[in-house]
Design a protein around this ligand. Structure first.
Ligand code: FAD
Length: 526
């Protein structure tokens, strides 16, 4: 009874907001009332994201699905209704610019439970289901990667390609790409999926793969949630390593740094023993950081005088590499690492090594999260800027941005690592620069209200604009990763020669523009 009342309330809000008349029985006939919630806690949680940039966008209601069919019923109702309301899947809400939000519709809370009736009532999505012989696992679209890892490890298996942080949903990262230091070798996460179940914008539930509904399959991967809601993904697995040797080395010269990074990713076809499993890197531009850069990661037995490093233009570069191994092969790991390090030209005194269980390595960012949370520094605005920069222009980017615009000040880590384009399936919706090798540059900033101008949200947002303008004027054809645009033309330019297909498939699979309207690519039609 209470649920019905809440639902009626949600319907009334829909009517008022959309401004059209509607027979309330229309929504009451949805048959999804058991999972629809207008509980203020649910609505508030679904109205925010990690970026905290957009202000709260409260949805009209939140749905906690327990099956693909629940999702299909809701979207079918939205598609068939006279007044039209939007439906946005939300994974873990770790977007920056409101991509999983919708003010005029229903948020489908795919991950976990924010007090949702579905989970509370014992109705849970049916996965994971592991296929050890075939080496894949079927997971619910809202499953967090940390839980995928935990469940597959029980069988000695693990996914091959990761993100740096595991508290992200499978559907959320597959809607973008899902990248980390393994991408040069295995490709992004979207290159490691065999099959998907997807609810289209018409409320149809389709299974798709390379062989079946293949256009849908490729469109959804990197598709920013525009074509359907992923309710199941079949993820490729490999035997799980047990431990990781994790190494950081420093450079003061940018071209030496990138030459080494590019050399390491060129080894992707080599046997496992002759390449690293993970290649990333980061930029240290802050004077403060340069003087204080030895985090707990670095061995105190291995001090290095920063003044002896002579940072070029005040900037240092840290190459971060890792090698996975099993305890049974531990005897060869030292040799393998040593022979790989011999080929590199880092500053000799700057090798810092640590060794840890595979899970701890993959889950490393969570540790940082807990530290930041304890200082009240996690739930702050995050004006992040993630760019794919073509290899041919990365030196120009270094000069203009790291050694120029940033002015020896940052507000968070700056990641930089190259990837091989041939590991990305060109049929997916993900967009990358038009060169064989391109870099991710991730400016992962946190805005702080501490009176320092260079930490303010306004300052950092302006700097992001300045960086994009600089790239434009310098002819550096970057592509945004986790893109955010507000005009039609910007989206057309972003997708480039993929736009026509993207548009055609949107018209086919979500003709009323019901899904993921928070991306601001298409305007919902009433
Ligand atoms: P949400 O923010 O909930 O949703 C993102 C978009 O996907 C929305 O448009 C939403 O409607 C859509 N969506 C969500 N679920 C589904 C579904 N089941 N089916 C269809 N569409 C869906 N990315 C990387 O690639 N590598 C990293 O190393 C990395 N590290 C990160 C670290 C942190 C701390 C944070 C905050 C983000 C990081 N990201 C990284 C970015 C992250 O991959 C994206 O923001 C991703 O969208 C987050 O997943 P989510 O589950 O929170 O998605």
């Amino acid at each position: 009874m209470a649920t019905k009342l809440l639902l009626t309330f949600a319907i009334c809000r829909l009517i008022v907001t959309v401004g059209l008349t509607l027979d309330p029985t229309e929504l009451l006939l949805l048959g999804v009332d058991a999972q629809l919630s207008v509980d203020p806690t649910d609505v508030k949680a679904a109205s925010l994201d990690f970026g905290l940039l957009t202000g709260a966008q409260p949805p009209l209601a939140v749905m906690h699905p327990a099956s693909s069919q629940d999702v299909a019923q809701l979207v079918k109702a939205a598609y068939g209704s006279n007044f039209g309301f939007t439906v946005s899947a939300r994974g873990h809400g770790h977007s920056i610019n409101g991509q999983a939000q919708t003010a005029n519709g229903v948020v489908v809370q795919m991950s976990g439970s924010i007090g949702g009736s579905g989970v509370a009532s014992g109705r849970k999505p049916p996965y994971p289901r592991l296929w050890p012989q075939e080496r894949f696992v079927d997971v619910w679209g809202g499953e967090l990667w940390i839980d995928v890892l935990r469940s597959t490890l029980q069988h000695g298996l693990a996914p091959k390609s990761w993100t740096d942080y595991l508290y992200l949903s499978v559907g959320g990262t597959l809607s973008n790409a899902g990248i980390s230091g393994q991408a040069f070798n295995h490709g992004p996460q979207i290159s490691n999926v065999h099959e998907l179940d997807v609810v289209t914008g018409k409320g149809e539930l389709l299974t798709c793969s390379e062989e079946q509904n293949s256009e849908m399959f490729h469109a959804v991967l990197g598709g920013l949630g525009q074509f359907g809601i992923i309710t199941r993904a079949r993820i490729s697995l490999e035997p799980a390593p047990q431990r990781v040797r994790w190494i950081r080395v420093l450079y003061s010269n940018f071209s030496t740094f990138t030459r080494d990074q590019e050399y390491l990713i060129s080894l992707h076809e080599q046997p496992a023993s002759q390449k690293f499993d993970y290649v990333e890197g980061f930029v240290i531009v802050d004077e403060g950081l340069i003087n204080n850069w030895r985090s707990s990661f670095f061995s105190p037995h291995n001090p290095v005088k920063i003044s002896s490093l002579e940072p070029n233009g005040g900037v240092l570069y840290c190459l971060e590499i890792a090698k996975n191994y099993h305890e049974s092969t531990a005897s060869t790991i030292d040799q393998e690492v040593e022979s790989l390090l011999k080929k590199l030209n880092f500053i000799p005194a700057s090798v810092f090594t640590t060794d840890m269980p595979y899970v701890d390595f993959l889950d490393r960012v969570h540790k940082a999260e807990l530290k930041l949370r304890s200082k009240g520094l996690w739930e702050v605005p995050h004006p992040w800027l993630n760019l794919f920069v073509p290899k041919s222009k990365i030196a120009d980017f270094d000069k203009g941005v790291f050694k120029g615009i940033l002015g020896n000040k940052t507000s968070g880590p700056i990641l930089i690592y190259p990837m091989n384009k041939n590991k990305w399936d060109h049929r997916s919706s993900a967009v990358t620069p038009d060169e064989d090798v391109f870099y991710l540059v991730a400016l992962l900033r946190s805005a702080l209200d501490n009176g320092e101008e260079t930490h303010s949200l306004e300052y950092l947002t302006n700097q992001n604009r300045q960086i994009l303008r600089f790239c434009d004027e310098a002819g550096i054809t970057v592509k945004q990763y986790l893109p955010h645009y507000t005009t039609h033309q910007e989206w057309v330019d972003h997708f480039g020669n993929k736009w026509d297909r993207f548009y055609r498939l949107k018209m086919e699979f979500d003709p009323r523009h019901i899904l993921a309207s928070g991306q601001q690519i298409f305007t919902p039609t009433n």
